[in-house]
Design a protein around this ligand. Structure first.
Ligand code: ADP
Ligand code: MG
Length: 396
C-alpha cells in the first residue's frame, strides 16, 4: 500500500487528529444503526494502546456551515462511550485557539470529540485557513473516513497535507479490499451491475467494461440495454436519453473482449407492489401493459454459471425491484450463490452501494462476502476509477 498505517508512526504522547464518519442514522435523539460507530472502535483503541490521544472529527448531516443543535454530535456521546467502554470528552467551543488549548491539556487515555465540523463554513469549501487551524489541534493526522474520501473538504483533504498522516484501521481494510479486487484481480473477473438507472452509473460501466471479463447487467437499467437492441419492454422503466451511452458501452465491451450478459427471461407484473400477480416471459415476449421487475430463472442460471467460473466478483445494484416481494428473488438467489462460493474459498466477492447492502443484508448472505463496503458514494467513485481527493492526500 502507498499509505502509512497507525503502526508505522510513533503515537506516544501525540494528539492524533482522527477524521471519522459517525454520520449515523437517528431515531429522534437515539442512534438507530450504530454500524459506523462500531467500525471506528478498533482505530480509537489502537491509538489509545499506543499511548496516543485520539481527537475525533466528523460531520453529521448537512448543516451547511451553520451551528444547528439538530445536527450536534453531542447526541452521539452515549453511544460512542458505550462502544468504546469509556467516557468521551466533547467540545463545542467556536474558537479554534481554545480547542488547541483544550487539546494540549488532554492526558493519555482521554478521547476528545469535536463538534460537527460542518458547523464551520470553511469545511466543505476546503478553506486553507480552517485546514491550518485544524492542524494545530493535532500532532498527527489519521483518516478513517473512507466514506467521506471522495470529498475534498478541510478535515478530509486540506489538513492531511499539513501533518504527518496515516490511514485508520477501517480505511486500511477498505483500501486493501478494493485494491485487491480492482488493481490486481484474480481472473476471470465478473461484475454484476443492477439498480434502476444507467444514467447514475455511466462512468462505472465504462470503467468496468475495460477491467472485467464478464459484465452482468440486471435491474431496471437492463431495460435500456434491451430497448437499445430493439426489444419491446412494455411499460418497464427505461431511459431513452441513454440509448447512445448504452451503444457506446456495448461497442467498448466488444473492443475490450468483455462479455455482457443481459436478461434472457423476465418476471413481469402490471403494478409494483408486494405479492402482486407475476408472470414469467421470454425477454422477447414482454406484453405491452407489463413492467419487467426482476430477471427470470434462466437468466439467474446463466449468471450463476458465469460466477462459478470466476475468481473475483464485484457487485453493485440489485437485479430487481427487491423492496417488493417476490422481486427480490433473483438478487437473493445470486447472493446466496456468491456467499457459498466465497465460503468455499473459490471466489473473492466485494459488494457496495446503499440499496445493494440492504438487499444483501436481508438475505443474511452479506456476512459471507469477502468484503462489503459501507462507503456509498466513495465506493462507487473508486469503482469508477476516479481518484479520491482525501486518499490522494495520504499517498506517500
Ligand atoms: P445502489 O444504491 O446499491 O447503488 P441503485 O440505487 O442503483 O443501487 O438501485 C436500487 C434501486 O433499483 C432499487 O430501489 C430497486 O427497486 C430499483 N430497481 C431494480 N430493478 C428494477 C426494475 N426492474 N424496475 C424498477 N426498479 C428497479
Ligand atoms: Mg441507491
Amino acid at each position: 500500500m502507498n499509505w502509512k498505517t497507525l503502526e508505522q508512526l510513533d503515537l506516544n504522547g501525540k494528539r492524533v487528529l482522527t477524521r471519522v464518519d459517525i454520520n449515523v442514522p437517528m431515531n429522534g435523539d437515539l442512534v438507530s444503526d450504530s454500524t459506523r460507530i462500531e467500525r471506528i472502535v478498533p482505530t480509537i483503541k489502537k491509538i489509545i494502546n499506543a499511548k496516543g490521544i485520539p481527537i475525533l472529527i466528523s460531520h453529521f448531516g448537512r448543516p451547511n456551515g451553520i451551528k444547528d443543535e439538530k445536527y450536534s454530535l453531542k447526541k452521539l456521546i452515549p453511544c460512542l462511550s458505550e462502544h468504546l467502554d469509556q467516557s468521551v470528552l466533547f467540545t463545542d467551543v467556536d474558537e479554534i485557539e481554545m480547542i488547541v488549548r483544550q487539546s494540549r491539556a488532554l492526558k493519555a487515555g482521554d478521547i476528545l470529540l469535536l463538534e460537527n465540523i460542518r458547523f464551520r463554513s470553511g469545511e466543505t469549501s476546503n478553506d486553507p485557513i480552517l485546514a491550518k487551524q485544524l492542524a494545530e489541534i493535532g500532532d498527527i493526522y489519521c483518516n478513517d473516513a473512507f466514506s467521506a474520501a471522495h470529498r475534498a473538504h478541510a478535515s478530509t483533504e486540506g489538513v492531511a497535507h499539513l501533518l504527518p498522516n496515516c490511514v485508520g484501521c477501517l480505511m486500511e481494510t477498505e483500501l486493501s479490499n478494493l485494491e485487491k479486487v480492482l488493481s490486481k484481480p484474480r481472473r476471470p473477473f465478473t461484475a454484476v451491475i443492477g439498480g434502476s438507472k444507467v444514467s447514475t452509473k455511466i462512468d462505472l460501466l465504462l470503467n468496468l467494461v475495460k477491467k472485467v471479463d464478464v459484465l452482468v447487467i440486471g435491474g431496471g437499467m437492463a431495460n435500456t440495454f434491451l430497448k437499445a437492441k430493439g426489444i419491446n419492454i412494455g411499460k418497464s422503466i427505461c431511459e431513452i436519453s441513454q440509448l447512445d451511452i448504452v451503444e457506446k458501452i456495448t461497442n467498448l465491451a466488444i473492443k475490450e473482449n468483455c462479455k455482457i450478459i443481459l436478461p434472457t427471461d423476465i418476471i413481469v407484473a402490471t403494478e409494483l407492489k408486494n405479492k402482486t400477480n407475476t408472470k414469467l416471459f421470454d425477454v422477447k415476449e414482454c406484453p405491452e401493459q407489463y413492467m419487467i421487475l426482476d430477471i427470470g430463472p434462466q437468466t439467474v442460471k446463466e449468471i450463476k454459471q458465469a460466477i462459478k467460473s470466476s475468481k473475483t466478483l464485484i457487485w453493485n445494484g440489485p437485479m430487481g425491484a427487491f423492496e417488493f416481494e417476490p422481486f427480490n428473488e433473483a438478487t437473493d438467489q445470486i447472493a446466496k450463490f456468491v456467499s457459498e462460493l466465497t465460503i468455499k474459498g473459490d471466489l473473492i466477492s466485494v459488494a457496495g452501494g446503499g440499496d445493494t447492502i440492504s438487499a444483501l443484508s436481508s438475505t443474511k448472505s452479506d456476512k459471507q462476502f469477502s468484503y462489503i463496503s459501507t462507503a456509498g458514494g466513495a465506493f462507487l467513485e473508486w469503482v469508477e476509477g476516479k481518484k479520491l481527493p482525501a486518499i490522494e492526500a495520504l499517498r506517500h
